[in-house]
Design a binder for this molecule. Sequence first.
Ligand code: ZN
Length: 202
Amino acid sequence: MSARSARRSRVIGATALLVVAALFAAGGYYLFSAFQEANRVNCLSIMGTLAASLRMYARDNGAFPPAGRWSDVVAAQVTEANSFVCPARPGLRCGYAFNSALAGMRPEDIKSDPKRTVLLFESDRGWNATGGKELLPSRPRHGGGDCYAFVQEDGGIDGTRWCLRRNEDSCRGEVRWDPTAGGGTGRGRPGSGQGNGSSSEK
Ligand SMILES: [Zn+2]
């Protein structure tokens, strides 16, 4: 083998190495994105189960649980050990908080659109955490955003939704924290949408 062809084969070898490295990087990124997406979907599903349990409690007891007790209340109804764990924060026994504005409130007293009013949200404050948006994690957990569960289910979104943190408007301003604020704050008529009315949302 001449010196020239030896050099050429070294160049080809280096190029192949670069291509393989790039493929690994792309594959890693793809796997990471898929992992993040799976976490987000699981989180929404876990929140959906917790929210369903709280709605059931409110139906059976005529009111939402008092502040600082929601995890105990739900734990009495949910059996899976990890049902309070956000997949992005596996070390936390409970990765969610309850909107304190709803504590002890009767569902019929809610004035805001229940399909847009926050019931549960992501938080690092642990078991029974109850409060407002100030309890959101300091950094969003899922691709720059957080997952929410709402007071009432909505056909298209199953009562849960992911919103970009820096811009709750990714949910078109439809995340509401105050259940006593009447409906006129947004588009759409509260209580009027039986399913298809909001099907344009993704
Ligand atoms: Zn989460």
